[in-house]
Design a protein. Structure first.
Ligand code: SAM
Length: 287
């Protein structure tokens, strides 16, 4: 069957994407030096992946892994150390320059590809045993149904999607009290920020490009995008911890993991999901 591609020509999205790309291009240079990313520990051999990622996702006999939205490659390099051939994709060339520099310091080989996630099947023209999408990737995408179809197209039959994300419940909290402040249900409209300098990894950095557009995706949207693309969900996990100070009340433990203190009610702060592309997959069209 021919690959049918819907050309995404959507003025609003392209403009927002340009703003996001400028934001990431500038932040990637800063993140390459930021203690948040623990580059020297990575170079010394430690892994940037969470302990739970090592425990719950078995590579098995998989030979190839594609990391979508790989940023400066810290997670990507950590996957490569586990013995698979790894490709990291990101639309920020600046992020990939940092990623290659860090990979060289680690003595790890990774292929880096600069492309929009939505264009990945066209640009890569390859399929993979594992497609990995890590913490903080999905909020930058406006259309999860298309993302799900892209993932399916990139997987070999029998291949697996491993998705790790901040829980959408965690985004409804305010910046102060442990209280619900933002809508859980998404309007489909982006949340646009234009005043904030720096980033989650470098809050004091002085920056020029400060406009971002992000989309809230409910758990139902994520699961429907994965299932709607013909992937079969094998497991879904929720976690009461996270990897950055999402709320001021969170306390960081010795392993650098942020948790809700005992006096507060706990909610899920992260989730992970594994879904497999069936062998007899009716050919997926990327629409
Ligand atoms: C929060 S980072 C991912 C972080 C990664 N899990 C890590 O901790 O290193 C999000 C990444 O998505 C990339 N990105 C955002 N929108 C994208 C798009 N449409 N296509 C490709 N990459 C995109 C950004 O350049 C950025 O590197």
């Amino acid at each position: 069957m021919p690959l049918i591609i819907k050309i995404r020509f959507d003025m609003e999205y392209s403009q927002l994407k340009l703003a996001n790309k400028a934001w990431w291009d500038e932040r990637s240079i800063i993140h390459g030096e930021s203690p948040f990313y623990k580059i020297s520990e990575l170079v010394s051999g430690s892994s940037a992946l969470g302990d739970f990622e090592h425990e719950e996702f078995v590579i098995g006999d998989a030979e190839s892994l594609l990391h979508l939205q790989c940023h400066i490659g810290t997670d990507t390099i950590s996957w490569a150390r586990r013995g698979v051939q790894v490709t990291g994709l990101d639309f920020s060339e600046s992020a990939l320059i940092q990623a290659q520099r860090i990979a060289e310091s680690c003595g790890v080989e990774v292929s880096w590809v600069a492309a929009d996630v939505y264009d990945a099947p066209l640009v890569l023209r390859d399929t993979y045993d594992i497609v990995y999408s890590g913490k903080g990737a999905l909020p930058w995408l406006d259309d999860l149904d298309t993302w799900g179809k892209v993932v399916s197209k990139l997987l070999k039959p029998g291949g697996r999607l491993y998705l790790v994300e901040f829980h959408p419940i965690s985004w409804i909290l305010g910046d102060g009290e442990w209280a619900i402040v933002h809508d859980y249900f998404s309007s489909g409209q982006p949340h646009i920020e234009s005043e904030v300098q720096g980033s989650y990894a470098a809050s004091d950095a002085v920056t020029t490009f400060n406009t971002t557009a992000e989309w809230q995706h409910t758990l139902a949207e994520v699961i429907s995008a994965v299932a709607g693309a013909g992937l079969v969900i094998e497991w879904f996990h929720e976690f009461p911890f996270t990897y950055f100070q999402q709320s001021p009340i969170l306390e960081v433990n010795d392993e650098g993991v942020y948790e809700v203190p005992e006096q507060y009610a706990r909610i899920p702060l992260m989730y992970s999901l594994c879904a497999r592309k069936p062998f007899a997959h009716s050919s997926t069209r990327v629409m």
